[in-house]
Design a protein around this ligand. Sequence first.
Ligand code: GCU
Length: 423
Amino acid sequence: MKNIAALLFLTFLTLGNASAQRENVISEESKVPEYKLPDVLTRFNGKKVKSEKVWLKKQRPEILKVFTNEVYGKVPGELGISDVKVWESSEEALGGLARRKQISLFFDKDDRHLEVNVLMYLPKTTEKVPVFLAYNFTGNHAVFNDPAIRLTESWVANNPSVGIINNQVTEQSRASAEDRWPVEEIVKAGYGLVAIYYGDVDPDKNDFSDGIHPFFYQQNQVSPKFNEWGSIAAWAWGLSRVADYLEQDPMVDAKKIAVLGHSRLGKAALWAGAADQRFAMVISNESGCGGAALSRRKFGETVRIINTSFPHWFCDNFLKYNDNEEQLPVDQHQLLALIAPRPLYVASAEGDKWADPRGEFLSAKYASAAYELLGLEGLPAKEMPGINQPVMGTIGYHIRTGKHDLSLYDWQQYIKFADKHFK
Ligand code: GCU
């Protein structure tokens, strides 16, 4: 019952605002306009990139700068963790199979305070363990059926069917997203799961008076400047701060953090991986427009649609590209190229046309040029692989049956991919 309710809620999230604008949406391959993509190995000044050195010293920083200024927005300042509180830890989680740890990271500036709750399940070993670090949509208590998990006190989008009323969760909300988080499989495979709620860093609403943004305002400023961060960049910033903490945690191998996200949180994971090279692996689960999918294809969700439905996700400069994708100096395959040489996995679902599976595949394919320049195998597929036929080089990709979701099948591939690159 809970799962059905959660499903309805997610469908609402997915279809919500965007449905009104879907009339002219391209959903057939034959309707995709002709487009020309910027070449990953051609600089903005027209010169070709032929060496690793030029890639690392020139091309990569130049591409990163364009994404920063034109798409996601720059972080306007620096702020580290002020304090860490350990709420509890246990050696008896999952019937004794795992360690559980719950901590809060505090961020303080002037009279502002932010608390980010971190829930960890770790395999019980004496060695430091590699981890999957991932945001969730409704709070850590929704991830797993464990009464010891603290209920989030943060603002959460209402969903009475899973007990989220007046933007607060209740006991009824526990485990409502458990289908997305196969904690036992993850731990048994030798990985930890580090779970955080994205609303702790920035509530997902078009309101820049809450979350982390106001920490950096100058006097009388009420929203970020045109080239400053939207919510995706704020969520990515939060992932980096959790990485700061993980570097200090004696149980975690911070050199093996796989940052993972589904959908809007996949966009955040990609941007986190691009902006912060400490993330050793990046996994984009159905991240779609503004994530892994190529914008110039205009298939499914477009730049105009996303900027209209979610005006707070990107920086205001991104508005310039509404119905004007051709003028974007970059496309999303270059975002993926910024992850090189680190392993990158891009996943699509057959029933998730909104996210443009083919655009996600092509993006991964064209990003391969950067990996190859660095002497690595990019994506080992020239054509889109069949349904449920994952391919795994340094870039991995699959399109699976089913709808827009983070499923056990997806996790099984991510675990294999992590085994390939982390073990
Ligand atoms: C909407 C939005 C997508 C986003 C998705 C999600 O469908 O249009 O861009 O990825 O929500 O986060 O679930």
